[in-house]
Design a protein around this ligand. Structure first.
Ligand code: CO
Length: 140
């Protein structure tokens, strides 16, 4: 059911510092500007790789869900992985049928790529926070 790995989400206390790391240490040359997504409580920036992206995420506002993560790992770290699925609603229903815990109401939310996403609780996915996103039509 899952398709391509779309991105790996990395939480960071400073997107600017993380951008510098990916640019200077790893030589990444395609990094998108730091952009706010207030409805998700995050700033994001994407490091474009040939086969996937690194999604750098930094807390936006006091209610950001990332504050709890960074309280445990203050220097940041791997936060989630994101797989593409052909049909987000069918994927959600299949995940529920198989016993995985869909976060929130289960209604897909608009993700950073402008397509709907859901998140699965790590307790049902081997300890990994998993994001499923509707396949972007233009990429295929
Ligand atoms: Co993500």
């Amino acid at each position: 059911m899952i398709g391509r790995l779309n991105h790996v989400g990395i939480a960071t206390p400073s997107i600017e510092e993380s951008q510098a790391l990916y640019r200077d240490l790893f030589g990444a040359n395609e990094i998108t500007p730091r952009t706010a997504i207030p409805e998700q409580g995050v700033w994001v920036s994407f490091v474009n790789l040939p086969n996937a992206q690194i999604e750098l995420i930094e807390p936006y506002g006091d209610a950001s869900p990332l504050h709890a993560f960074l309280a445990k790992t203050p220097k940041g770290g791997q936060h989630h992985v994101c797989f593409e699925v052909p049909d987000i609603l069918a994927a959600r229903d299949e995940m529920r049928d198989k016993g995985a815990a869909v976060l929130g109401t289960g209604e897909p939310r608009m993700g950073a790529h402008g397509v709907p996403v859901i998140f699965l609780h790590p307790k049902g996915t081997g300890g990994v926070l998993v994001e499923l996103m509707q396949e972007p039509a233009a990429d295929h």
